[in-house]
Write a protein that binds this ligand. Structure first.
Ligand code: GN1
Ligand code: MG
Length: 355
């Protein structure tokens, strides 16, 4: 791995490379050097992100645009507020291919922290930051591609579940619980595909969104101030529901997304309220009324979509998400189903708060 890192125009000598973080898709390492910065080395999972060139072009465009905005706003400490990718020594691209594997390197942001759970106060700041992220990208001149085509398209996710069920590759449709979960999920399918219908009717725009606003993709400094959003692989045109819904899916759950204690799962309204307040403060300037009034729907859609995705992966024999033990994807599914039920029961409260 040291050799791979040295293909990039880094400063200093590599002292150590060790694993970092807990993403479910890419592999991430911290690179310790004797130079002025440390770095993050990442192997891009190109089974999932099939067009790494398009992916890195998106990321370069996004980070360049945000950096310019921060400069124009006279922000200080910009290197900690936007990621910087290091060009390769050979061709200046921000990735290299070695034996069919794709790697990239970014500058490590010092004294920055991510959390798996946040308080209402932090949720408010996250809401503002994600709204601001979308606002900053509203006038990006580059045309971004979809790094995973139809990534948050619920119609596609529903179809993939139906295909998984029909193929039953891992023989898991014989399990009673699997059939019960399927019977629970299917009746909501049509309602959950509302965004695609609104889009076809010309009532819902696509904007540049982050599309993986899990709470652990936001970095804070040691005083609790938001620094920047990380994990930019899925930045692409989508509905604003993606960013609003996925943050709440992770932050408003009282437990982690793979906690087996489903009776402890609850959708926290204090987090919803704080996050919405922050989000609306920075996103109100561009949100349409259809987008705004469907934010509570987004809070239901994302637990539902994630349940469908984990469930389809379980039925397919665990080919997409990294698992730590057999049945991990089923545990995740149960958890997300419980979160969906809890959020559903709070829909009237959510609507009352959004207005
Ligand atoms: C994946 O890589 P990570 O863990 O940040 C996934 C998200 C899911 C999430 C569930 C490209 O994100 O969409 O919501 O797992 N990313 C991709 O934990 O599929
Ligand atoms: Mg992540």
């Amino acid at each position: 791995m040291k050799e791979i890192v040295e293909k990039f125009a880094i400063e200093g000598k590599v002292l150590e490379v060790k694993p970092l973080g807990n993403g479910l898709i890419n592999e991430t390492f911290k690179v310790h050097t004797d130079g002025p910065h440390d770095y993050v080395l990442q192997r891009v999972n190109n089974a999932i992100f099939r067009d790494v060139d398009l992916l890195q072009n998106n990321i370069e465009a996004v980070t360049r645009h945000i950096r310019r905005k921060l400069e124009a706003a006279g922000e200080c400490d910009i290197d900690r507020k936007v990621l910087s990718f290091v060009p390769s020594r050979e061709d200046g691209k921000t990735y290299v291919e070695v034996d069919g594997k794709y790697w990239r390197v970014m500058v490590f942001i010092p004294d920055a922290y991510t959390y798996e759970a946040v308080t209402p106060e932090y949720s408010y700041f996250c809401g503002k930051a994600f709204g601001n992220f979308e606002a900053m990208l509203a006038d990006i001149p580059d045309k971004l591609g979809e790094t995973i085509p139809d990534f948050h398209n619920m119609e596609l996710r529903a179809r993939q579940l139906r295909e998984a069920v029909a193929a039953d590759r891992a023989g898991r449709m014989a399990e009673k619980e699997v059939r019960e979960i399927l019977d629970f999920l299917l009746p909501y399918e049509e309602e959950m595909c509302k965004a695609e219908r609104l889009h076809r009717e010309g009532k819902l725009p696509k904007r540049i969104c982050h599309c993986d606003t899990k709470v652990n993709n936001m970095m804070f400094d040691s005083d609790g101030n938001v620094l920047c959003v990380i994990d930019l692989d899925t930045v692409m045109p989508s509905y604003v529901f993606s960013d609003f819904g996925d943050f709440l899916r992770t932050a408003a759950n009282t437990v982690a997304e793979d906690d087996p204690a489903v009776d402890k799962v609850d959708f926290r309204m204090d987090i919803f309220e704080a996050f919405s307040k922050g989000y609306l403060e920075s996103a109100s300037s561009f949100l349409t009324s259809v987008e705004r009034e469907n934010l509570p729907f987004a809070a239901l859609l994302f637990p539902y979509m994630q349940a469908v995705r984990f469930f389809a992966d379980y039925i397919n024999g665990d080919t997409y998400y990294k698992i730590k033990y057999p049945g991990h994807n089923l545990v995740r599914t149960r958890n997300q189903v419980a979160l969906f039920k809890s959020a559903l029961s709070k829909l009237p409260q959510m609507k009352a708060l959004i207005g």
